[in-house]
Design a protein around this ligand. Structure first.
Ligand SMILES: NC(=O)N[C@@H](CC(=O)O)C(=O)O
Ligand SMILES: [Zn+2]
Ligand SMILES: [Zn+2]
Length: 347
C-alpha cells in the first residue's frame, strides 16, 4: 500500500562534513536538511571564529545549487579557549554552539579538554549569554569499561559541571544508554539530547556477533539491546528534549577496515528513510516531525523550517548505493540490515 507523510523539513543537529574532497563528496547528501550543526573536529580543529567562518564558506561552496542546508557552525573547546572569542563569535552570528570533546574520547579529539577547571570561565560566559554547549559525553579513563563510559561521564563530569554552572544550556550529543535518556529527562529546558539514526537501529551485537563489522563501529559504541529500546522510546516519545542529530561521520573505508579502524557511521544519505521505517515500526509516524523537524529548532531558539518534505512508502525499496566515492577513497553507507520502503521524494 502506498502511504505518504509530509513533515516540515528536518534539521540535523549533529553532523560531520569534514573538509576537502570528503566535504565535496558528502555535503550534497545533507543538502536536503534545513539546518545542521557542523562538528568542528577537523584536523586541525575549528577553534576560532575566523576558522568557523572560513569553514562555513567551504561548506557552502560544496553544496549543490539550491541546497536547503544552512550550516550552523561550532567552535571546538580547548583548555585555552578564550571566553571573549566565543562570545564575540556567537554575537556576530558566526557560531551557534560550542563543542566539548574530552581529550582523546573520539575521532580527532586530541585537542579536547583535559581539565574542566580550565574551561570554567568559558562555560560561565556561555551560561550568561545562552550559548549551548554540545557535549561528547564519555569519560576517557582507561579503567572504565567502554560500555560504561557514557553513564560514568554523566556522574563524574556532566552533572557536576551543570551544577557548577547554573543556566548553562547543554546538549548531550548522541546518547546511547537508558542512563542518558533518564538524565536528559531529569533536566529542565536547559538540557537536550540528540539521538542518532544508527543507535535506533543497531545494538552491540551488530558490531561483534558472527564476525567483526567495522562499519557499525562508532563512538559512543552501540550498547546492549535494552539501551537501544530506551533510545527508541525516547526518540518516538515526541518529548521536546530529544531530537535528531545523525552524527553522520564519514571515513574512508581504508581507514575503517584496518587493525585499528576508526569510529563513525555514514548515515546522511538514507537517514530519513531509516527514521520513517523506525517510527512506523513503533507506531509513531505522527511523532517523526517532532523528533526530526521541531524539537531541535525549539531547543536552539529557532523557528521550524517553513517548507516541507514528503516520505512515501512504496512496494519496492528505495535504492541507495553501497558506497560513495570521495576522491580516490570509498565511503560505505550505513546499512540498517533491512530494505527501506520509505522513499524521500525529491523536492
Ligand atoms: N561518532 C563517531 O564515531 N565519530 C565521530 C566523532 C564523534 O562524534 O564522536 C567522527 O568524527 O568520526
Ligand atoms: Zn561524539
Ligand atoms: Zn559526531
Amino acid at each position: 500500500m502506498t502511504h505518504s507523510i509530509t513533515i516540515r523539513r528536518p534539521d540535523d543537529w549533529h553532523l560531520h562534513l569534514r573538509d576537502g574532497e570528503m566535504l565535496a563528496a558528502v555535503a550534497p547528501h545533507s543538502a536536503g536538511f534545513g539546518r545542521a550543526i557542523i562538528m568542528p573536529n577537523l584536523v586541525p580543529p575549528v577553534v576560532t571564529g575566523a576558522q568557523a567562518a572560513a569553514y562555513r564558506e567551504r561548506i557552502i561552496a560544496a553544496l549543490p545549487e539550491g541546497a536547503a542546508l544552512q550550516p550552523q557552525m561550532t567552535l571546538y573547546l580547548t583548555d585555552t579557549t578564550d571566553p571573549g572569542d566565543v562570545v564575540a563569535a556567537h554575537q556576530s552570528g558566526i557560531i551557534r554552539a560550542v563543542k566539548l570533546y574530552p581529550a582523546g574520547a573520539t575521532t580527532n579529539s586530541a585537542s579536547g579538554v583535559t581539565d574542566f577547571d580550565r574551561v570554567r570561565p568559558v562555560l560561565e560566559a556561555m551560561a550568561e549569554t545562552g550559548i549551548p554547549l554540545c557535549v561528547h559525553g564519555e569519560v576517557t579513563d582507561p579503567a572504565v569499561d567502554i560500555f560504561d563510559r557514557e553513564a560514568v561521564f554523566i556522574d563524574r563530569v556532566l552533572d557536576p559541571v551543570r551544577r557548577a554552572t547554573p543556566g548553562l544550556r547543554v546538549v548531550m550529543e548522541h546518547i546511547t544508554t537508558a542512563d542518558g535518556v533518564a538524565y536528559a529527562r531529569s533536566g529542565g529546558e536547559d538540557l537536550g539530547a540528540t539521538i542518532t539514526t544508527h543507535h535506533l537501529v543497531i545494538n552491540r551485537n551488530a558490531i561483534l556477533a558472527g564476525g567483526i563489522r567495522p562499519h557499525y563501529y562508532c563512538l559512543p559504541v552501540a550498547k546492549r539491546e535494552s539501551h537501544r529500546l530506551a533510545l527508541r522510546e525516547a526518540a518516538t516519545s515526541g518529548e521536546a528534549r530529544f531530537f535528531l542529530g545523525t552524527d553522520s561521520a564519514p571515513h574512508p573505508d581504508r581507514a575503517k577496515l584496518m587493525p585499528c579502524g576508526c569510529a563513525g557511521c555514514f548515515t546522511a544519505p538514507n537517514t530519513m528513510s531509516i527514521l520513517a521505517h523506525v517510527f512506523e515500526e513503533d507506531g509513531a509516524l505522527d511523532r517523526l516531525e517532532a523528533f526530526a523537524s521541531l524539537n531541535g529548532a525549539a531547543f536552539y531558539g529557532l523557528p521550524p523550517n517553513e517548507d516541507r518534505i514528503t516520505l512515501t512508502r512504496r512496494a519496492t525499496p528505495a535504492t541507495y548505493p553501497e558506497t560513495i566515492t570521495a576522491g580516490v577513497e570509498t565511503v560505505t553507507l550505513f546499512d540498517p540490515g533491512y530494505p527501506l520502503f520509505w522513499h524521500l521524494e525529491s523536492t
